[in-house]
Design a protein around this ligand. Structure first.
Ligand code: HEM
Length: 552
């Protein structure tokens, strides 16, 4: 007999206690069996399967295409109100297009693995269509996609580059904003943003300008210089004008509108001008070598951001063409400017347009914004963590003015789950519901369909920042983004979201501290509609303002 077994008291006593032990074991496993059965029964009770409802107005063969194209926003909102759940189906010709808009379903959908929502091929094809990336290099792009994307994560979201990036950006904001609309009297004539904003200086020293182009170009010039450095920006001082042309024709590029259409032809010329300058910039950088490894100064490329320096090394190591590098950099310039610049505009306008809010916000941020020697100093921690009203104005501006649509195609069958509280009818509110979707289905997540849903945001068209307030256990008020989705979700969720938040807050704080704005004659803070873009909306109207320095 094995001595170890003999010495073990359990086995020693086994013979004596066998019937009792057997009973014990049976009882033990019996209890486990009952518990498992009970829990699986109750799980089944709390989880029901449902088929995805199809929206009204389906026409044979074309499905919902007509209703959708006629007035997409109205049709989607109508269908949302009719549906039992936060998901419904549109037939686009023969393709099932699942529209998802409740918070739990969006979360469940964006959590699906990359094998279900493949993004590298789709992302690469998009940059071919919109930004002129060479189609022949798509396979190479897919291979190195993660390595290139990771530079955003380490530089703009976390890791050592993150703090450095936004500290640098803020350093320059502190210098630039007080002189933001002090027009140049340089020999080169007015800068492009001065021209597009139609700046006029009045005899009393006040400035009159079109607010949207002013804000969008000033913010753009600042952030693009931080990202690319002076060598690129100086080589093409009007690059932002060209970027706006591309931005205005994104959908035309995606759907391959013919190049003889005047707007597409103009946008193609703009794209070409930027690409040529970016190609020259990359070619010159290549002669210096990987700048990120240089111990000594790199001359005109010294002020290129670390993000771009790191990417230059990868481009070079992986042997991408200059055209490919330029096209992707154009997409970055676009991502950098397309949404945050407009958010600064909307946040300013919303604060001014809401009775009483301007004074309240100024009082809150005053301790975080101080002026010394005509330079603005921002206390970052305070602005970000101790200014709940101000931060909520940012979230509320994104809720009201950002309307990005995330579009995906499923590579595999999958299920998504809706939490009971998101079901629209009380009868379904006690249980979670799962929905099955098939390989090949299209999925659209229009963020604004949730942002305008009165069940989550009462009086959705009202600008009410306090809806983002939460009380902490210590009785403090904090601002929390809650369920809005201005940055999309999943693997392709915006990589610049932290940078954007800081950039927008810094710029708006600086503008509120340094300037008093008033609508010029014939204009008003009242909104006259918004034009939908791929992300944050553009204004329909032209708001001209007079600007007066608050501190001389
Ligand atoms: C308020 C400002 C911004 C908003 C509302 C915004 C919104 C978005 C949205 C909706 C997407 C697509 C997400 C999806 O596919 O689900 C996106 C992607 C992206 N954004 Fe932003 N963005 C902002 C600012 C920025 C800034 C300042 C940068 C800096 C470069 C940036 C960089 C990117 C990049 C690189 C992607 C592509 C991510 C990927 O495909 O993996 N964004 N953004």
């Amino acid at each position: 007999m094995d001595t170890n077994v003999a010495m073990n008291p359990f086995f020693e006593n086994m013979g004596l206690l066998r019937p009792a032990r057997l009973l014990l074991i049976i009882t033990f496993f019996g209890l486990i069996f009952l518990a498992v059965r009970k829990s699986s029964k109750s799980r089944n009770k709390q989880l029901s399967k449902a088929t995805i409802e199809t929206a009204s107005f389906e026409i044979p063969f074309v499905g919902h295409v007509w209703a959708f194209l006629w007035d997409p926003d109205r049709f989607l909102r109508f269908s949302r109100e009719k549906a039992l759940h936060g998901i419904f189906n549109l037939k686009m010709f023969r393709v099932d297009t699942r529209i998802i808009h409740s918070p739990s379903l969006m979360k469940s959908f964006f959590a699906l693995p990359g094998s279900v929502i493949e993004h590298k091929t789709m992302g690469s094809n998009i940059i071919v269509k919109i930004f002129g990336f060479p189609a022949a290099e798509v396979p190479q792009m897919i291979t190195h996609f993660d390595q290139l994307m990771n530079t955003f994560v380490t530089q703009l979201m976390k890791g050592p580059g993150f703090e450095k990036s936004w500290n640098k950006l803020l350093f320059d904001i502190e210098k630039i904003v007080p002189s933001i609309v002090t027009p140049s009297s340089g020999a080169d004539g007015p800068r492009s943003w001065e021209r597009t904003a139609n700046i006029e200086i009045r005899p009393d020293g006040t400035i009159e300008a079109d607010l949207f182009p002013l804000v969008r170009n000033c913010v753009g010039l600042l952030s693009s210089t931080e990202m690319m450095g002076h060598a690129f920006v100086d080589s093409h001082p009007d690059f932002l004008e060209d970027a706006w042309q591309v931005d205005a024709n994104i959908m035309g590029f995606v759907f391959g509108y013919p190049s003889w259409l005047p707007s597409i032809s103009k946008a193609l010329k703009s794209r070409l001008r930027i690409l040529e300058k970016l190609i020259a910039w990359h070619t010159n950088m290549e002669t210096v070598g990987p700048i990120v490894d240089l111990k000594e100064e790199s001359g005109p490329f010294d002020d290129v951001s670390d993000l771009m320096k790191q990417r230059q090394k990868i481009w070079s190591q992986r042997g991408f063409s200059m055209q490919a590098r330029a096209a992707v950099d154009l997409s970055i310039l676009w991502a950098l400017n397309a949404n945050s610049n407009s958010t600064v505009y909307w946040m300013l306008r919303n604060i001014y347009a809401t009775p009483g809010l301007l004074g309240e916000v100024r009082r809150e941020i005053a301790p975080a914004c101080s002026l010394h020697d005509n330079k603005l100093k921002l206390d970052w921690k305070r602005l970000l963590n101790d200014s709940p009203l101000f931060k909520s104005c940012y979230f509320e501006s994104l809720r009201v003015d950002a309307a990005p649509w995330s579009f995906k195609r499923l590579q595999k069958d999958c299920t998504v789950q809706e939490a009971p509280e998101d079901a629209r009818k009380s009868s379904t509110k006690t249980e979670s519901t799962t929905f099955h979707m098939k390989k090949g289905d299209a999925v659209l997540v229009p963020a604004d369909l949730h942002h305008t849903d009165a069940r989550y945001f009462p009086n959705p068209s009202e600008f009410d920042p306090k809806r983002f307030f939460v009380e902490t256990d210590e009785g403090r008020t904090r601002s929390v983004i809650k369920t809005i989705r201005p940055y999309g979700g999943g693997a392709t969720m915006c990589k610049g979201r932290f940078l954007a938040e800081r950039e927008v807050l810094a710029f708006v704080a600086a503008m509120l501290t340094c300037w008093d704005l008033e609508p010029a004659r014939g204009c008003s803070w009242e909104m006259n509609g918004r034009a939908k873009t791929s992300g944050v909306c553009s204004p329909h109207d032209k708001l001209r303002v007079t600007m007066k320095r608050r501190f001389i």
